[in-house]
Design a protein around this ligand. Structure first.
Ligand code: AKG
Ligand code: FE2
Length: 331
C-alpha cells in the first residue's frame, strides 16, 4: 500500500459557506428540486436551473468566477458546507451504472454550481448518458479501475482519450466511507512542471503517446491518434494522460512519462471529502484518483455525485444531437 502524505483540507481555491449562505443555497436548491418535471436531464428543468444559478450567494459566484478565470496552482475548487441533509438521504446505491435522474436537493445544488462554470455534459456510452452520476462502490467490483471499485484508483484525466473530455469534473460528497479514509486525490501539472527538465517537457509535448478509450466506448475503428501528454503553452501547458490507458510509443517517451508520473506523485494532494463538500477538478490541468477504502454494502457506504462541465458548449455541437447535453460518438 502506498503511504500517502497527510490528507489536506486546503487548496488555493476554496470557500466554506457560512450558515446563512448554506441556508440560501438550500432554499434555491429545494425550490429547483420541485420544478417540473423534476428530472435533472430534462431541458425544461435545466432551463430553470440555469436561471436560478444566478441567484446563488454572491461570494460563492465570485469564487466560482475566479476559479474559472484562473484555477490556481492546485487546479481544484473546493466548496464546503453545501446543504446535505443526512436524514433525507436514502441508502447509498449499490448497483453498477447508478445515476440520479430525479431532482433531489443535493443534485440540484450541484447542478446550480456546475451551471455557473459552463454547461453540463455526459457521454452516451457512460452511465447511460445521465448528467448526474453516482460514484459508489459496487459489490464484486472492488478491484475495478473505475469509480465502482474500492482499491486505489489510479490517477487520470477524465476521458483523456476523448477530444471533448470535460473541462471540469464536479465531485459532490453525500457520504464518506465508514472509516473516513477514502480520499479524492488531485495532482496538477502546474505544481509538477518545475520538477521536470526542459528536455523531458519537450518530449512530453510531442505526439509520442496514445490513449485508449475504455471498452464501453466500443471497438476502435482505427488505432488511436498519437498525441502529446503536455498540450499547448510550453510555460503553462494542459495535461492529457490516464496512467491506466495512456501509452508511450518509444523508449524516450517511456522515460519521460515515468518522470512525469513521479513528479505528479510528489505534488499529489489527498482530500477526505465530508458530506456537503464539492470538489471541481480542472480536468485540463489536473489529474484525479482515489485512495483505497473498505465498503460494507450496508446502505451507508461512500457516495459521491459526479457531473461533467464544458466551458464552451458550442465546441462539441457536432457530437450533440438536437443540441442536447449528451455526446454521442456515433453521430
Ligand atoms: O472516487 C473518487 O473519489 C473519484 C472517482 C473518479 O475518478 C470519478 O468518478 O471520475
Ligand atoms: Fe475520474
Amino acid at each position: 500500500m502506498t503511504v500517502d502524505v497527510q490528507p489536506t483540507r486546503g487548496t488555493d481555491r476554496m470557500i466554506t459557506l457560512t450558515r446563512e449562505e448554506n441556508i440560501e443555497v438550500d432554499t434555491i436548491a429545494r425550490y429547483l428540486a420541485g420544478r417540473p418535471p423534476r428530472l435533472v436531464d430534462a431541458t425544461a428543468w435545466l432551463a430553470s436551473a440555469r436561471e436560478l444559478s444566478s441567484n446563488l450567494p454572491v461570494r460563492l459566484r465570485q469564487m466560482v468566477r475566479h476559479f474559472a478565470w484562473d484555477p490556481g496552482l492546485d487546479a481544484v475548487l473546493l466548496v464546503r458546507n453545501l446543504p446535505v441533509d443526512i436524514d433525507e438521504l436514502p441508502a447509498t446505491p449499490t448497483v453498477p451504472g447508478s445515476v440520479q435522474r430525479e431532482s433531489t436537493v443535493p443534485a440540484a445544488a450541484q447542478v446550480l454550481l456546475g451551471l455557473q462554470l459552463g454547461e453540463l455534459i455526459a457521454f452516451k456510452e457512460e452511465k447511460s448518458g445521465a448528467l448526474v452520476q453516482d460514484v459508489v462502490p459496487v459489490p464484486g467490483m472492488e478491484k475495478f479501475q473505475g469509480n465502482a471499485g474500492s482499491v486505489a484508483l489510479s490517477m487520470h484525466v477524465e476521458n483523456a482519450f476523448h477530444l471533448h473530455r470535460p473541462d471540469y469534473v464536479g465531485l459532490h460528497c453525500l457520504r464518506n466511507d465508514h472509516d473516513n479514509v477514502a480520499g479524492l486525490r488531485v495532482t496538477s501539472v502546474r505544481n509538477a512542471l518545475p520538477l521536470l527538465s526542459e528536455q523531458v517537457r519537450r518530449v512530453l509535448h510531442e505526439p509520442r503517446f496514445v490513449t485508449e478509450p475504455p471498452a464501453s466506448f466500443g471497438e476502435l475503428r482505427s488505432a488511436p491518434e498519437p498525441h502529446g501528454i503536455l498540450v499547448g503553452s510550453f510555460e503553462d501547458p494542459d495535461v492529457r494522460v490516464d496512467f491506466e490507458s495512456s501509452f508511450p510509443l518509444d523508449p524516450e517517451a517511456t522515460q519521460a512519462l515515468s518522470m512525469l508520473g513521479d513528479a505528479l506523485r510528489t505534488v499529489r494532494r489527498t482530500f477526505i471529502l465530508e458530506p456537503g463538500d464539492l470538489a471541481f477538478v480542472d480536468n485540463r490541468l489536473a489529474l484525479h484518483g482515489r485512495t483505497e477504502f473498505t465498503p460494507r454494502y450496508d446502505g451507508r457506504d461512500r457516495w459521491l455525485q459526479r457531473i461533467f462541465v464544458h466551458r464552451d458548449f458550442r465546441r462539441s455541437r457536432a457530437m450533440r444531437p438536437a443540441d442536447g447535453h449528451v455526446l454521442s460518438s456515433a453521430n
